[in-house]
Design a protein around this ligand. Structure first.
Ligand code: NAD
Length: 256
């Protein structure tokens, strides 16, 4: 018996990174998984490998949400789970951030999450779960990622309000707040054929060995296990909560 047998779950931004690991784990736990992304080739190949579905979905676009969700409903008959995982990061100081850049991040991270809740919750006819991927920067500040941090704080607000408004329909809404996780977002060199991703990876390892109490960067598979907990009945009495998964980074500062 899988923990998600018989359930249909949409994971946004699932062509790679944390979303990919969530799709893999959910599929292994028996779910019908819908991989939604803008990376059609990568997402389609992953779906074929896993026996999952792929839909093109730019989460910032309401019309694309409507057609993706209706395609899922028509082909699979139901939707029981959503992981709002898609996100983008831009490095800039607040004073140097052009408004266009600020709005682009808001549109994907914050509006994308809002549209996911707004479009998917109405078709969850038999209860359901929504897991929103926020961040460590949803609960504390971090210089040079102000726009990103603002959208991730907003995702926690959306999570709490959605939990209150959807509880009577037996839809639980929670948020994950990952610290540094080893994906292309934290190490963009992974995507650049000209870069030495291993070298950058080693520099990041050294940084996180000092910064993070557990002494290492997190793995996307570890976040996927938290997403599974929040999507399965193992978390049946939990809603409206942020879950920090950061190797102890937020615990405080050590002076020894
Ligand atoms: P990633 O860059 O590897 O994955 C992001 C995925 O989102 C990609 O597949 C990308 O194509 C997709 N995406 C981007 N814009 C999209 C859009 N408009 N519509 C649909 N899909 C879109 O990075 P990741 O680490 O796997 O990121 C997953 C989530 O975790 C993001 O929300 C990110 O903000 C969050 N997060 C990441 C870290 C980290 O250190 N990697 C830490 C905290 C939170």
């Amino acid at each position: 018996m899988g923990k998600l047998d018989g359930r249909v779950v949409i994971v946004t931004g699932a062509a790679r990174g944390q979303g990919e690991q969530e799709a893999r784990l959910f599929r292994a736990e028996g779910a019908e998984v819908v991989i939604a992304d803008v990376l059609d080739e990568q997402g389609g190949a992953l779906a074929a490998e896993l026996g999952a579905r792929y839909v093109h979905l730019d989460v910032s676009q309401e019309d694309q949400w409507r057609s993706a969700v209706s395609a899922v409903k028509n082909s699979l008959g139901r939707v029981d789970g959503l992981v709002n995982n898609a996100g983008i990061l831009r490095f800039n100081s607040l004073l140097d951030t052009p408004l266009d850049e600020f709005m682009q991040v808001v549109q994907v991270n914050q509006v994308g999450c809002f549209l996911g809740i707004k479009t998917v919750a109405p078709v969850m006819e038999d209860g359901g779960t929504i897991v929103n991927t926020a961040s460590y920067t949803a609960v504390t500040g971090m210089a040079a990622v102000g726009t990103y941090a603002a959208t991730k704080h907003a995702i926690l607000g959306l999570t709490r309000v959605a939990a209150l408004e959807l509880a009577d329909r037996r839809i639980r809404v929670n948020a994950m707040c990952p610290g540094a996780i080893d994906t292309a977002m934290s190490n963009p060199a992974q995507l650049d054929p000209a870069a030495d991703a291993e070298e950058t990876g080693r520099a990041l390892d050294e940084l996180y060995r000092k910064l993070v109490p557990l002494g290492r960067i997190g793995k996307p598979e570890e976040v996927a296990r938290l997403a599974l907990f929040l999507t399965s009945d193992d978390s049946s009495y939990i809603t409206g909560q942020p879950f920090v998964i950061d190797g102890g980074w937020l615990a405080g500062v050590s002076i020894i």
